[in-house]
Design a protein around this ligand. Structure first.
Ligand code: 13P
Ligand code: SF4
Length: 372
């Protein structure tokens, strides 16, 4: 695959007074842990506000366990990014409270422009989104007019609006496979590791943007091999945003939901997990008899060793969520015209995955969409 190279300076939101950095990213605006009493009071306040505001929580597996558990307790969901999008679109609540990162809130708003979409912290972003500015990405697309543009969900609304297809890690392989079987050439963006993985699996003709997830990019094969030697019967579960040599050591590769399913399905006592450590909460709660070990990272920066926890996901806290519900702070806005265009590839993804579930042939689900 060929890739353009661009340099990106990540936004570094200023830490609030009293913030602590349990992500070890010195700049991450991580809320301080509430005391046990504050926690109980905050959860009670959120439960009340959800009822009063006709709101439902939509949380990702990487956010704080409190925000995952509370979502489920109150009739919301904790899931991967594909199910978050589908759940938010289909739920009858008039307000969605999305705990995760900005692209997740934007996707919900694009799919439900009539709903109010709130997030605990609007600065919660993603290195893939920040590393794929729309003007440069658009120019890259213009250079390849013969290619079908397949874009990962971890992007801005403007980049989505430039795409033929949107995918998440749970359906990327199926969508590209189906397009490749139809003889399409692919322009992929922005995650180079996921793009490389899909290319290796499908043999598709792909050119790729050169983005990476700052969390998964840090998993290291050398250290992982040493850990596997210490735990020879452990199964290795890997998110495909990880480098190729890490993926090569996996027993299962897939989205956060796929990792959870694999852990439940596989008959092993020990698992090594190469994804954000936020995932461990659900893995451990749903599999009490099994042991989950964090895959090793490297990347000693000026201030810290990487810790496999997304600094943007870590910005979501109970107090911030309560405040968003109380005051309407953290509301997501997407320009309606842009939203309409960005909705096309998202709708295609949701129709494709629903069609696959219903046993429709993948080829019939991609026919006629994107460059020939
Ligand atoms: P999933 O779609 O697998 O939940 O991944 C989202 C994400 O941001 C992974 O880093
Ligand atoms: Fe983005 Fe990586 Fe954080 Fe996921 S874990 S939101 S891909 S930076």
């Amino acid at each position: 695959m060929s890739s353009p190279v661009i340099d990106v300076d990540y936004e570094q939101p200023t830490a609030k007074a009293g913030a602590v950095c349990d992500t070890r990213h010195a700049w991450a605006r991580v809320p301080a842990e509430p005391s046990p009493d504050q926690r109980v009071a905050l959860k009670e306040r959120i439960r009340r506000l959800l009822r009063e505001r006709n709101a439902v929580m939509v949380s990702h597996f990487y956010v704080h366990p409190d925000l995952q558990d509370l979502a489920e307790e109150t009739g919301g969901i904790v899931s991967d990014s594909l199910e978050m999008a589908r759940f938010g679109r289909d739920h009858a609540a008039t307000t969605l409270v999305v705990s995760g990162v900005r692209f997740m809130g934007e996707t919900s708003k694009i799919l439900s422009p009539e709903k109010r979409v709130l997030m605990p912290d609007l600065d919660a972003n993603c290195s893939l989104d920040l590393g794929c500015p729309v003007d440069e990405f658009s120019a890259f697309c213009d250079e390849h007019p013969d290619r079908t543009v397949v874009v990962y969900a971890n992007t801005s609304a403007a980049v989505k609006a430039r795409a033929d297809w949107l995918v998440t890690s749970s359906c990327a392989l199926d969508v590209v496979s189906a397009l490749h079987a139809q003889g399409r050439k692919i322009l992929w963006g922005p995650d180079r590791h996921l793009g490389d993985y899909i290319q290796r699996q499908t043999g598709a003709d792909m050119v790729s943007w050169n983005g990476a997830c700052i969390v998964h990019d840090e998993f290291k094969a050398l250290e992982l091999e040493l850990l596997i030697k210490e735990h020879p019967s452990a199964k290795v579960l890997v998110h495909p945003e990880s480098p190729a040599d890490v993926i090569a050591l996996a027993h299962a590769v897939g989205s956060t939901s796929a990792i959870l399913n694999a852990a439940q399905r596989m008959d092993a006592k020990e698992f090594i997990v190469a994804t954000d450590t936020g995932m461990l909460h659900k893995l451990r709660t749903l599999n009490p008899g099994k042991t989950f070990i964090e895959a090793p990272t490297a990347g000693n920066g000026g201030t810290c060793k990487s810790c496999a926890h997304c600094p943007w996901m870590a910005m979501n806290g109970l107090a911030e969520l309560a405040n968003a519900l109380e005051t309407g702070a953290g509301e997501i806005h997407v320009d309606p015209t842009l939203g309409l265009r960005a909705r096309l590839p998202i709708d295609r993804m949701l129709a494709f995955t629903a069609g696959l579930k219903n046993g429709q042939a993948p080829g019939s689900l991609v026919a006629g969409i994107g460059a020939a």
